[in-house]
Design a binder for this molecule. Structure first.
Ligand code: FAD
Length: 467
């Protein structure tokens, strides 16, 4: 696909559409929009302009102009992505949604909220809570990412084991289509079978099929009682193998998170603190909700029994704030150890997760990789971080990382898994997506993209190439 450069004429038209103050072309100011949270400069790319939209009409007008003059438009939320989804690899316009940050309505009685895409996820959670309601989506980046980005990537996070991922929290979306129409998709209904479920197609499409300009999310009652249990296991596989046993025992945890011991030590160093049971092994953090203190006590006894039977040396009541601060500091702690990190986000059926973890450890040993591992264990989603660090003998690091990926992904696909559980494909995993996805499935995806975006205007070069 050939794109036109943003000429003075196009820049002037953009300024007329959104206001001079909302079009930035200064290289210094645009630098931050050339990347997301992926630190490897090989994945960075400068836009030709950053445009800040203030409403859906402006978004639509910019997309129409892009179709007229044939330049790419890359939607961007907070830029916390880990797949280079918001990186403008063909230049053109980065369309920032950060000024569309209004919470339009929180209706606790009818259990929904309507928000613009630039609302910070933690602000939505707080606004719901202020009205006695609960927004269940909870990515670890919740203090910085936007709800629009969460919808675009179908963000997961900690509570997905009980409440599902972002797609399970959404009733309806307003989107600007790739040709610049403002369309309402979905409805505030508990059920419907009224044609294709297009809102779910948009969710997780990483800005390639539409720009999300408004979202209606579901709210729930606030959980009244909850507790966090910390089970410390010597064996990583035993820790992960406990997940389904807890669920089969009738405990429906809100979160089940795993951290390996070397990662726990890394987080301790980063936070300058000592964590409970950190000398004794690998963590399984289990959060559970209850209807009363007695209910929680009963669940705690059952969990203690199951974890101990499954090999936990210690089962402790965790300090909520401290343990979650530690879990959420995982990414920063890893970055403090190594600026360049290869982050894998693999996912498999939960019953295959112990085997996957064992394979990850075997491969790390085979390819001599320095790893830090945390997992949304309740969802079968393992975050394998491979650290480059600064050592001289790491000159062949890229080759070893690639060889590891090939073996790991073959294993995952043989076990019914996929290459990304929640971060998405973006630009970073595009080659691997093409290599490992069933060709017939890819063909259907390409057909949808071509049908909706024949000029390939919206976020081109992401997820897969169209030719
Ligand atoms: C420390 C840390 C912890 C994280 N923890 C989690 C976690 O627990 N779970 C998880 O799922 N992810 C996690 N992430 C990844 C990231 O935060 C999520 O992918 C998040 O949903 C991205 O939101 P954003 O607003 O930053 O989007 P961006 O990074 O700006 O964009 C991400 C993608 O969405 C598209 N997009 C953004 N807004 C829109 C829109 N309005 N319309 C259409 N497309 C749009 C972009 O084009 C891009 O393809 C973490 C990241 C970090 C740095």
């Amino acid at each position: 696909m050939e794109y036109n450069k943003l000429s003075d004429e196009i820049i002037a038209k953009l300024q007329a559409l959104v206001g001079v103050q909302n079009v930035v072309t200064d290289a210094g100011q645009m630098e931050i929009y050339s990347h997301d949270e992926v630190t490897d400069p090989a994945y960075h790319h400068m836009p030709e302009a950053v445009v800040f939209a203030e409403n859906a009409q402006q978004v639509a007008a910019v997309v129409k102009l892009a179709n007229e003059y044939i330049f790419p438009v890359v939607p961007r939320g907070a830029g916390t992505g880990l797949a280079c989804g918001a990186v403008p690899i063909y230049g053109g316009v980065v369309l920032s949604l950060e000024k569309m940050n209004k919470i339009i309505e929180v209706n606790a009685d009818a259990m929904y909220a309507v928000v613009e895409p630039g609302v910070r996820t933690s602000d939505l959670q707080a606004a719901a809570e202020a009205k006695g309601a609960f927004y269940a989506g909870d990515p670890c980046s919740g203090d910085s990412c936007f709800i629009g980005g969460n919808v675009a990537t179908n963000a997961g996070g900690n509570r997905a084991v009980k409440y599902g991922t972002t797609r399970h929290q959404v009733y309806a979306v307003e989107v600007v289509s790739p040709t610049g129409k403002i369309v309402q998709l979905g409805a505030r209904l508990q059920k419907q079978t009224t044609g294709y479920c297009l809102e779910q197609l948009i969710i997780g499409s990483e800005g390639t099929l539409g720009i999300i300009t408004q979202i209606t999310v579901k709210l729930l009652p606030l959980p009244k009682y909850s507790m966090d249990l910390l089970a410390v296991f010597e064996s990583p596989e035993d820790a992960i193998g406990t997940v389904n046993k807890l669920i089969m025992a009738g405990i429906m945890p809100t979160c089940v998170e795993y951290m390996d011991n070397i990662t726990i030590k890394s987080v301790e160093r980063y936070l300058g603190t000592t964590l409970q049971g950190s000398d004794k092994g690998n963590y399984l953090i289990v959060e559970v909700e209850g209807t009363s203190e007695d209910d929680l006590d009963e669940k705690a006894c059952t969990m203690d029994e199951i974890c101990s039977e499954n090999g936990a040396g210690d089962v402790l009541v965790a300090e909520h704030d401290k343990i979650w601060q530690a879990r959420k500091a995982f990414a920063e702690a890893v970055r403090a150890e190594s600026l360049i990190v290869c982050k894998e986000d693999v996912v498999c059926p939960v019953d295959h997760e112990p085997a996957l973890l064992a394979e990850i450890l075997r491969l790390a040993d085979k390819y001599q990789l320095v790893t830090r591992i945390a997992s949304h264990a309740g969802d079968g989603n393992i975050h394998l971080n491979i650290l480059k660090q600064e050592q001289e003998n790491y000159a062949d690091w890229d080759a070893r990382v690639k060889a590891n990926q090939q073996e790991l992904y073959r294993f995952i696909y043989a076990h019914g898994g996929r290459l990304s559980g929640e971060h998405g494909i973006g630009y970073k995993r595009k080659q691997l997506m093409e290599e490992f996805t069933n060709p017939d499935e890819l063909e259907m995806m390409r057909a949808i993209k071509k049908a909706l975006d024949s000029n390939n205007i919206l976020n081109p070069g992401k997820i897969f190439d169209i030719e």
